[in-house]
Design a protein around this ligand. Structure first.
Ligand SMILES: C[S@@+](CC[C@H](N)C(=O)[O-])C[C@H]1O[C@@H](n2cnc3c(N)ncnc32)[C@H](O)[C@@H]1O
Length: 268
Protein backbone atom coordinates (compact mmCIF):
# COMPACT_ATOMS: atom_id res chain seq x y z
CA UNK A 1 0.00 0.00 0.00
CA UNK A 2 1.26 3.50 -0.85
CA UNK A 3 2.39 5.73 2.04
CA UNK A 4 -0.27 8.15 3.32
CA UNK A 5 1.50 11.22 1.98
CA UNK A 6 1.58 9.86 -1.57
CA UNK A 7 -1.51 10.73 -3.62
CA UNK A 8 -2.63 9.50 -6.99
CA UNK A 9 -3.25 12.07 -9.74
CA UNK A 10 -4.37 11.65 -13.33
CA UNK A 11 -1.97 13.08 -15.92
CA UNK A 12 -2.99 14.55 -19.27
CA UNK A 13 -2.23 11.47 -21.37
CA UNK A 14 -4.55 9.43 -19.11
CA UNK A 15 -1.78 7.66 -17.22
CA UNK A 16 -1.61 7.72 -13.43
CA UNK A 17 0.91 9.99 -11.73
CA UNK A 18 1.86 10.46 -8.08
CA UNK A 19 2.24 13.47 -5.83
CA UNK A 20 4.22 13.51 -2.57
CA UNK A 21 2.39 15.77 -0.10
CA UNK A 22 5.31 15.94 2.35
CA UNK A 23 7.78 17.10 -0.28
CA UNK A 24 5.11 19.01 -2.23
CA UNK A 25 6.52 17.44 -5.36
CA UNK A 26 5.06 15.52 -8.27
CA UNK A 27 6.67 12.23 -9.35
CA UNK A 28 5.62 12.56 -12.97
CA UNK A 29 4.97 15.40 -15.36
CA UNK A 30 1.32 16.48 -15.44
CA UNK A 31 1.37 16.42 -19.26
CA UNK A 32 1.68 12.63 -19.03
CA UNK A 33 3.56 10.14 -16.88
CA UNK A 34 3.77 7.63 -19.71
CA UNK A 35 4.59 10.26 -22.34
CA UNK A 36 7.32 11.68 -20.14
CA UNK A 37 8.99 8.28 -19.76
CA UNK A 38 8.98 7.81 -23.52
CA UNK A 39 10.10 11.28 -24.56
CA UNK A 40 12.73 11.96 -21.90
CA UNK A 41 14.17 8.51 -21.23
CA UNK A 42 13.35 5.86 -23.83
CA UNK A 43 13.46 7.79 -27.09
CA UNK A 44 16.92 9.29 -26.33
CA UNK A 45 18.26 5.88 -25.29
CA UNK A 46 17.12 4.25 -28.54
CA UNK A 47 20.34 5.36 -30.18
CA UNK A 48 22.06 2.28 -28.77
CA UNK A 49 19.34 -0.31 -29.31
CA UNK A 50 21.74 -2.77 -30.90
CA UNK A 51 22.82 -5.40 -28.37
CA UNK A 52 21.59 -7.18 -25.23
CA UNK A 53 20.98 -4.16 -23.06
CA UNK A 54 21.83 -3.74 -19.40
CA UNK A 55 19.77 -0.93 -17.89
CA UNK A 56 20.07 0.90 -14.57
CA UNK A 57 16.86 2.68 -13.47
CA UNK A 58 17.72 5.11 -10.65
CA UNK A 59 14.69 6.32 -8.68
CA UNK A 60 12.37 3.63 -9.99
CA UNK A 61 9.24 5.00 -8.23
CA UNK A 62 6.39 3.04 -9.79
CA UNK A 63 8.58 2.12 -12.71
CA UNK A 64 7.40 4.05 -15.75
CA UNK A 65 10.91 4.19 -17.20
CA UNK A 66 11.46 0.46 -16.73
CA UNK A 67 7.99 -0.36 -18.09
CA UNK A 68 8.46 1.90 -21.10
CA UNK A 69 11.87 0.30 -21.73
CA UNK A 70 10.27 -3.16 -21.64
CA UNK A 71 7.68 -1.92 -24.14
CA UNK A 72 10.24 -0.45 -26.54
CA UNK A 73 13.38 -2.57 -26.33
CA UNK A 74 13.16 -6.20 -27.33
CA UNK A 75 16.73 -7.05 -26.34
CA UNK A 76 17.02 -6.32 -22.63
CA UNK A 77 19.26 -8.70 -20.68
CA UNK A 78 18.94 -7.04 -17.28
CA UNK A 79 17.32 -4.08 -15.50
CA UNK A 80 18.66 -3.02 -12.10
CA UNK A 81 16.24 -0.67 -10.33
CA UNK A 82 17.06 1.48 -7.32
CA UNK A 83 14.29 2.95 -5.16
CA UNK A 84 14.33 4.00 -1.52
CA UNK A 85 10.59 3.49 -0.91
CA UNK A 86 9.73 -0.20 -0.75
CA UNK A 87 5.95 0.36 -0.89
CA UNK A 88 6.22 2.05 -4.27
CA UNK A 89 8.08 -0.92 -5.69
CA UNK A 90 5.67 -3.45 -4.21
CA UNK A 91 2.66 -1.63 -5.69
CA UNK A 92 4.29 -0.72 -8.96
CA UNK A 93 2.61 -3.42 -11.05
CA UNK A 94 -0.87 -2.11 -10.12
CA UNK A 95 -0.95 1.05 -12.22
CA UNK A 96 -2.30 -0.41 -15.47
CA UNK A 97 0.59 0.16 -17.83
CA UNK A 98 0.01 -2.77 -20.17
CA UNK A 99 -1.19 -6.18 -19.00
CA UNK A 100 1.82 -8.20 -20.15
CA UNK A 101 4.27 -5.63 -18.77
CA UNK A 102 2.43 -5.39 -15.44
CA UNK A 103 2.76 -9.19 -15.25
CA UNK A 104 6.51 -9.06 -15.89
CA UNK A 105 6.90 -6.43 -13.14
CA UNK A 106 4.79 -8.47 -10.68
CA UNK A 107 6.65 -11.70 -11.28
CA UNK A 108 10.01 -9.94 -10.93
CA UNK A 109 8.98 -8.33 -7.64
CA UNK A 110 8.18 -11.84 -6.38
CA UNK A 111 11.28 -13.41 -7.84
CA UNK A 112 14.08 -11.25 -9.27
CA UNK A 113 14.89 -12.60 -12.69
CA UNK A 114 15.17 -10.08 -15.51
CA UNK A 115 14.64 -7.16 -13.11
CA UNK A 116 16.54 -6.69 -9.83
CA UNK A 117 15.28 -4.27 -7.20
CA UNK A 118 17.62 -2.50 -4.81
CA UNK A 119 15.45 -0.98 -2.09
CA UNK A 120 17.82 1.55 -0.59
CA UNK A 121 19.40 4.97 -0.93
CA UNK A 122 21.10 5.25 -4.34
CA UNK A 123 24.06 6.79 -2.52
CA UNK A 124 24.65 3.47 -0.75
CA UNK A 125 23.71 1.23 -3.67
CA UNK A 126 26.03 2.98 -6.09
CA UNK A 127 29.04 1.97 -3.94
CA UNK A 128 28.22 -1.72 -4.38
CA UNK A 129 27.32 -1.85 -8.06
CA UNK A 130 30.17 -2.97 -10.25
CA UNK A 131 28.56 -3.65 -13.63
CA UNK A 132 28.68 -1.47 -16.70
CA UNK A 133 25.30 -0.42 -18.05
CA UNK A 134 24.32 0.45 -21.61
CA UNK A 135 21.53 2.73 -20.46
CA UNK A 136 21.14 4.64 -17.19
CA UNK A 137 17.95 6.51 -16.24
CA UNK A 138 18.33 9.09 -13.48
CA UNK A 139 14.93 10.34 -12.34
CA UNK A 140 15.25 11.86 -8.86
CA UNK A 141 13.08 14.62 -7.46
CA UNK A 142 14.24 18.13 -8.35
CA UNK A 143 17.45 19.44 -6.71
CA UNK A 144 15.65 22.17 -4.74
CA UNK A 145 13.87 19.33 -2.91
CA UNK A 146 16.50 16.56 -2.96
CA UNK A 147 19.90 17.96 -3.86
CA UNK A 148 21.52 14.77 -2.51
CA UNK A 149 20.32 12.99 -5.67
CA UNK A 150 22.27 15.36 -7.93
CA UNK A 151 25.62 15.98 -6.29
CA UNK A 152 28.80 16.10 -8.33
CA UNK A 153 30.12 13.08 -6.38
CA UNK A 154 26.99 11.00 -6.96
CA UNK A 155 26.94 11.85 -10.65
CA UNK A 156 30.62 10.91 -10.94
CA UNK A 157 29.91 7.56 -9.22
CA UNK A 158 26.96 6.94 -11.55
CA UNK A 159 29.03 7.84 -14.61
CA UNK A 160 31.55 5.15 -13.65
CA UNK A 161 28.79 2.58 -14.14
CA UNK A 162 28.12 3.70 -17.71
CA UNK A 163 29.59 1.65 -20.55
CA UNK A 164 31.96 3.64 -22.78
CA UNK A 165 29.36 3.44 -25.54
CA UNK A 166 26.37 3.75 -23.18
CA UNK A 167 23.85 6.52 -22.72
CA UNK A 168 22.72 8.31 -19.56
CA UNK A 169 19.29 9.99 -19.59
CA UNK A 170 17.72 12.49 -17.24
CA UNK A 171 14.98 15.09 -17.39
CA UNK A 172 17.14 17.39 -15.27
CA UNK A 173 18.82 20.04 -17.39
CA UNK A 174 19.64 22.44 -14.57
CA UNK A 175 23.09 23.98 -14.83
CA UNK A 176 24.67 22.35 -11.74
CA UNK A 177 23.66 18.94 -13.07
CA UNK A 178 25.01 19.67 -16.56
CA UNK A 179 28.26 20.88 -15.01
CA UNK A 180 28.57 17.73 -12.87
CA UNK A 181 28.00 15.55 -15.96
CA UNK A 182 30.60 17.53 -17.88
CA UNK A 183 33.08 17.22 -15.00
CA UNK A 184 32.55 13.44 -15.15
CA UNK A 185 33.97 13.48 -18.68
CA UNK A 186 30.68 13.02 -20.52
CA UNK A 187 29.51 14.68 -23.75
CA UNK A 188 26.10 16.28 -23.33
CA UNK A 189 23.14 16.42 -25.69
CA UNK A 190 19.82 18.20 -25.56
CA UNK A 191 16.53 16.38 -26.02
CA UNK A 192 14.30 18.90 -27.74
CA UNK A 193 10.55 19.30 -28.04
CA UNK A 194 9.07 22.31 -29.86
CA UNK A 195 12.61 23.73 -29.93
CA UNK A 196 12.91 23.64 -26.14
CA UNK A 197 15.18 21.42 -24.09
CA UNK A 198 13.08 18.93 -22.12
CA UNK A 199 15.80 16.48 -21.11
CA UNK A 200 19.47 15.63 -21.38
CA UNK A 201 21.40 12.65 -22.60
CA UNK A 202 25.08 12.08 -21.93
CA UNK A 203 27.66 9.65 -23.20
CA UNK A 204 31.42 9.05 -23.26
CA UNK A 205 30.95 8.42 -26.98
CA UNK A 206 30.50 11.72 -28.83
CA UNK A 207 28.76 9.93 -31.70
CA UNK A 208 25.82 9.13 -29.43
CA UNK A 209 25.10 12.85 -29.02
CA UNK A 210 22.76 14.27 -31.66
CA UNK A 211 22.15 17.79 -30.34
CA UNK A 212 25.25 18.84 -28.42
CA UNK A 213 25.26 21.91 -26.20
CA UNK A 214 26.52 24.88 -28.18
CA UNK A 215 29.37 27.19 -27.08
CA UNK A 216 26.96 29.71 -25.61
CA UNK A 217 25.28 27.02 -23.49
CA UNK A 218 28.63 25.53 -22.46
CA UNK A 219 29.81 29.02 -21.49
CA UNK A 220 26.89 29.30 -19.07
CA UNK A 221 28.37 26.36 -17.17
CA UNK A 222 31.32 28.57 -16.19
CA UNK A 223 29.11 30.92 -14.20
CA UNK A 224 28.05 30.86 -10.56
CA UNK A 225 24.69 29.40 -11.54
CA UNK A 226 26.38 26.11 -12.51
CA UNK A 227 28.23 25.58 -9.24
CA UNK A 228 27.54 21.95 -8.42
CA UNK A 229 25.96 20.37 -5.36
CA UNK A 230 28.68 18.81 -3.18
CA UNK A 231 28.25 15.68 -1.10
CA UNK A 232 31.83 14.44 -0.59
CA UNK A 233 31.00 11.35 1.48
CA UNK A 234 27.58 10.72 -0.10
CA UNK A 235 25.85 11.21 3.23
CA UNK A 236 25.08 14.94 3.65
CA UNK A 237 21.51 16.12 4.22
CA UNK A 238 19.75 18.16 1.55
CA UNK A 239 19.89 21.18 3.87
CA UNK A 240 23.63 20.93 4.38
CA UNK A 241 24.28 20.54 0.64
CA UNK A 242 22.18 23.63 -0.14
CA UNK A 243 23.80 25.72 2.62
CA UNK A 244 27.31 24.75 1.49
CA UNK A 245 26.47 25.58 -2.12
CA UNK A 246 25.13 28.99 -1.12
CA UNK A 247 28.38 29.71 0.73
CA UNK A 248 30.41 28.54 -2.27
CA UNK A 249 28.41 30.81 -4.59
CA UNK A 250 28.93 33.76 -2.26
CA UNK A 251 32.70 33.21 -2.13
CA UNK A 252 33.13 32.36 -5.80
CA UNK A 253 34.98 34.61 -8.26
CA UNK A 254 32.96 33.28 -11.20
CA UNK A 255 30.69 35.70 -13.04
CA UNK A 256 26.94 35.52 -12.59
CA UNK A 257 24.67 34.14 -15.28
CA UNK A 258 23.04 37.53 -15.85
CA UNK A 259 26.49 39.10 -16.31
CA UNK A 260 27.36 36.38 -18.82
CA UNK A 261 24.12 36.97 -20.73
CA UNK A 262 24.69 40.72 -20.76
CA UNK A 263 27.99 40.18 -22.60
CA UNK A 264 26.62 37.50 -24.90
CA UNK A 265 23.29 39.07 -25.90
CA UNK A 266 20.57 37.69 -28.16
CA UNK A 267 21.65 34.09 -28.05
CA UNK A 268 18.84 32.56 -25.96
C1 LIG B 1 10.54 11.68 -9.58
S1 LIG B 1 10.24 10.22 -8.68
C2 LIG B 1 10.63 8.96 -9.85
C3 LIG B 1 9.49 8.50 -10.70
C4 LIG B 1 9.74 7.16 -11.31
N1 LIG B 1 10.84 7.13 -12.24
C5 LIG B 1 8.51 6.55 -11.87
O1 LIG B 1 8.50 6.16 -13.05
O2 LIG B 1 7.55 6.41 -11.14
C6 LIG B 1 11.65 10.13 -7.61
C7 LIG B 1 11.79 8.82 -6.87
O3 LIG B 1 13.04 8.84 -6.17
C8 LIG B 1 12.87 8.09 -4.98
N2 LIG B 1 13.99 8.46 -4.09
C9 LIG B 1 14.10 9.54 -3.30
N3 LIG B 1 15.27 9.55 -2.66
C10 LIG B 1 15.94 8.44 -3.06
C11 LIG B 1 17.22 7.91 -2.76
N4 LIG B 1 18.05 8.54 -1.93
N5 LIG B 1 17.60 6.76 -3.34
C12 LIG B 1 16.75 6.12 -4.21
N6 LIG B 1 15.53 6.58 -4.52
C13 LIG B 1 15.13 7.74 -3.97
C14 LIG B 1 11.51 8.51 -4.50
O4 LIG B 1 10.97 7.61 -3.56
C15 LIG B 1 10.73 8.57 -5.80
O5 LIG B 1 10.10 7.36 -6.06
Amino acid sequence: MLDENIKIIKTKDGSIGLYDENLDEIFHSIYGAKTEAFEKFIQPAKIIDNKPLKILDICYGIGYNTKCALENFKNISLIDCVEINKNLVLDSYKFNYRDDIDKIIKSNIEKNDLIHFYIDDIRKVVKNLNKKYDIIFHDGFAPHKQSELWSEELILSISKLLDKNGIYCTYNHSKPVLKALLNSGLFLGKILKDNKTIAICASFNKENILNPLNDYELGQLNTKSAITYKDPFLNFTHQKIIENREKEIKNSNLITLSHYKKFNPNQD
